[in-house]
Design a binder for this molecule. Structure first.
Ligand code: MN
Length: 730
């Protein structure tokens, strides 16, 4: 329990006033006093279950809010929070006397009037829904409610057994998680501890007993460690940083013992030492000193400074072993981080101006908006409470990669979530998982402390399965899987579809310039509900458009549009803008074909040969046919200078690569996965055994140019047992 929220010895207005006077913050004392008087008047005949006057409760709640540094209106609303619900006093009356803010806050925490026709459960759900809606309007509502609940939990022992259980359950499921989300750690911890005590009294007692057993020696241990650290830090720091020590809450220990199956002795962070410094740099300096003084336990370092928790908590955590062989946790933070860790969202009031209504900039409130959105979809209050519970579900699990990197995931996350949390590609290539070295199924739910190894494959065409969408828990994984289906497949589909169309066009002698393609295919795009050419290619790629059905008509259209003049010269030399990617220097762009003998690629030095009736055929300048022909008198004049047009990058050329390697199992698979990795489409692959025990693999791929081809060749040369990789003339 944080000291600043300690229980009042006496819940009287005098103690409250004294606290206000002693504090630095400005309050409207007379407004607070009249709120007290009003509340005292209306509650005058009521008693709490403990037998005390009822007014002690609102005063205690107001005191807790004062400890959190909340403002005058919040303190007034706390004093008045039960009058509308439990007495004849009306909201209107409060509004007149204390203003609309106080009235709105009181209304927010006032339960709905009992509706006799609905069940208790429904009534409860409706009330929680009301609070969530009210806190979306003004977050102070829930801060009041949390302090109200905290005081009720502190005094729960006076209630009946069954009531205790119900209230504790609700505290554990709803209020503690809300306090956690808002980052108000002392309230969260105390609510959990108190609820746990009533929900599992035997476990609580057992832990309490064990923790008390060596209380003295334990306190001495923490004291010694603190002293040691303080002395060491005094050498480097002036003033000496604050060093605190504490023992973990009973519920925190319970979770590790009962939920994670750990022995009490195995729980490393039963003891925690906290060092508070002035700057972030100092945090890391202190960490270095701590790791120098004590032996750090591997995989127990967490940097919440560079990656803060969702509730904005920041600190460095590390677990080290002291000379006595007892591990303990060290938390290192700045004073500002300390404020956030202790006060959470309430720090807005304690240290700043407070938030009026909603603050869109505070990440800690994002989940409230999500709940509100979810509740707009459903009118069933119980459904909404279920959403809230799911959304608030306790915390995170921490698991490790085999290299010791920690991954934080929500409870219930599976190995699929883990894989995508490491990297999108790890998720997409996942083909299995091991937890603590044992194979598990995809739906295995991760537990804290497990070491998880994701098995991946580079096999081409491998990707996530649609069923994963139902297995994964995080939105991150889900959206990555979805986008894989949309995007990764789409890209493949586009390349595939485009190649297919080009192949069919070539076969049918349809030569439409790239820039005219959209217009040429406009009708087909429309017919297949495609907005862009890429959509259309993708549709061809996945088989949504059958080319055999549209080619005949396209051929007719092509003839009508482009082949008006039957004169072959005209047809062959029609002024098409670099449709081929090659410009013939003296003619400009014209029909060209790439020779089969040397298969030139963009980037190669090239030369053209004017054929009879088939345009210009393009060869590499080192092609034997060119070298043999260029000096022959009857042919020499037909060789013309040509150069690559600049926009050829988007055109793809096929090239066959000749690979020789020591034959081994998996060679072909390695080659194809290497190509898939660098996203080079492979059209054909043949492998044959050579007499000397080597293998010869020929793969035909699409390539944009020589530079890319050289990259591919270099990549293939790195594959195990590969002897040579060469480009063929094919
Ligand atoms: Mn109350």
């Amino acid at each position: 329990m944080a000291e600043f929220m300690e229980n009042l010895p006496e819940c009287t207005i005098d103690v409250l006033i004294q606290k206000i006077i002693d504090g630095e913050k400005q309050y409207d004392l007379s407004k607070i006093v009249s709120a007290y008087e009003k509340a005292a008047y209306w509650h005058r005949d009521q008693k709490r279950e403990s037998g005390e006057p009822y007014i002690t409760h609102p005063v205690a709640v107001a005191y807790l809010l004062l400890c959190l540094g909340m403002d005058t209106d919040t303190i007034c609303a706390a004093l008045l929070h039960d009058v509308v619900e439990d007495t004849p006093c009306t909201l209107e009356e409060l509004r007149k006397e204390f203003g609309s803010d106080v009235a709105m806050l009181v209304n927010g925490v006032t339960k709905l009037k009992k509706i006799p026709t609905v069940s208790k459960e429904e009534q409860k759900a409706e009330n929680i829904r009301k609070i969530i809606l009210a806190m979306a309007e003004d977050i102070r509502v829930i801060i009041i409610k949390l302090c109200d609940r905290l005081h009720n939990m502190r005094t729960l022992k006076y209630c009946s057994d069954s009531k205790r259980r119900l209230i504790s359950l609700e505290t554990m499921n709803i209020y503690a998680p809300i306090a956690h989300r808002l980052g108000i750690a002392p309230i969260k911890e105390e609510l959990e501890d108190l609820a746990f005590r009533y929900l599992d009294p035997y476990a609580y007692e057992e832990i309490d007993r064990q923790m008390n057993m060596r209380k003295e020696s334990r306190e001495k241990f923490v004291e010694t460690i603190k002293e040691k650290i303080r002395n060491r830090l005094a050498e480097d720091f002036d003033p000496v940083p604050q060093v605190d020590g504490r023992v973990k809450s009973n519920y925190g220990i319970y979770k590790k013992v009962y939920r994670d199956g750990k022995e009490i002795e195995q729980i490393y962070d039963r003891y925690a030492v906290r060092v508070i410094v002035n700057t972030v740099t100092e945090c890391y300096n202190v960490l270095g000193i701590i790791h120098d003084m004590f032996k750090p336990i591997p995989n127990r370092f967490k940097d919440y400074i560079s990656t803060p928790k969702a509730n904005m908590y920041q600190s460095l955590h590390t677990t080290v072993i002291g000379r006595e062989g007892i591990p303990f946790e060290v938390q290192i933070r700045t004073w500002e981080m300390h404020q956030t860790a202790e006060y959470g969202i309430a720090a807005h009031w304690k240290y700043k101006e407070g938030i009026k209504g909603k603050d869109k900039n505070d990440n800690r409130l994002a989940w409230i908006r999500q709940i509100i959105e979810a509740q707009q979809e459903s009118n069933d209050a119980e459904e909404i409470v279920k959403t809230i519970k799911n959304d608030l579900a306790p915390e995170d699990v921490f698991a490790f990669t085999p290299k010791g990197d920690m991954i934080t995931l929500p409870v219930g996350a599976t190995v699929i979530d883990f894989a995508y949390a490491i990297h999108t590609q790890v998720g997409n290539r996942m083909c299995g998982a091991k937890v603590d070295k044992k194979m598990v199924s995809y739906d295995y739910q991760i537990k804290t402390g497990e070491i998880i190894e994701i098995l991946t494959t580079n096999a081409p065409g491998h990707g996530p399965s649609r069923s994963w969408l139902n297995i994964c828990k995080t939105n991150e994984a889900r959206s990555k899987i979805r986008s894989w289906f949309k995007k990764e497949r789409r890209e493949e589909n586009i390349v595939e579809g485009k190649n297919e169309l080009e192949r069919e066009f070539r076969r049918n002698m349809i030569r439409v310039p790239e820039e005219d393609m959209g217009e040429f295919l406009a009708m087909d795009l429309k017919r297949h509900n495609c907005e862009t050419l890429d959509d259309f290619y993708a549709a061809i790629g996945y088989g949504g458009v059958q080319l055999s059905k549209i080619i005949p008509r396209l051929k007719d259209e092509y003839t009508k549009k482009y082949v008006k003049d039957k004169n072959p010269q005209q047809q062959n030399y029609r002024p098409v803008k670099t449709h081929s990617g090659v410009i013939v220097d003296d003619i400009g762009d014209c029909q060209v074909k790439f020779s089969q003998c040397c298969n030139p690629l963009p980037g190669d030095d090239i030369i053209g040969f004017v054929t009879r009736g088939h345009g210009v055929s393009i060869h590499k300048t080192d092609c034997v046919n060119y070298l043999n022909s260029k000096d022959k008198p009857e042919e020499a004049s037909r060789w013309v200078a040509v150069h690559w047009a600049e926009e050829t990058q988007t055109n793809y050329f096929k090239v066959t690569i000749d690979i020789v390697a020591n034959d081994r199992i998996g060679l072909l698979a390695d080659i194809s996965s290497a190509l898939a990795e660098i996203r080079i489409p492979m059209h054909e692959a043949t492998a044959r055994e050579l007499k000397n025990g080597n293998a010869n693999v020929m793969v035909t791929i699409s390539i944009a140019g020589v530079d890319q081809l050289n990259g591919v060749i270099n990549r293939l040369r790195k594959i195990k047992s590969v002897i040579s990789v060469d480009r063929t003339g094919k």
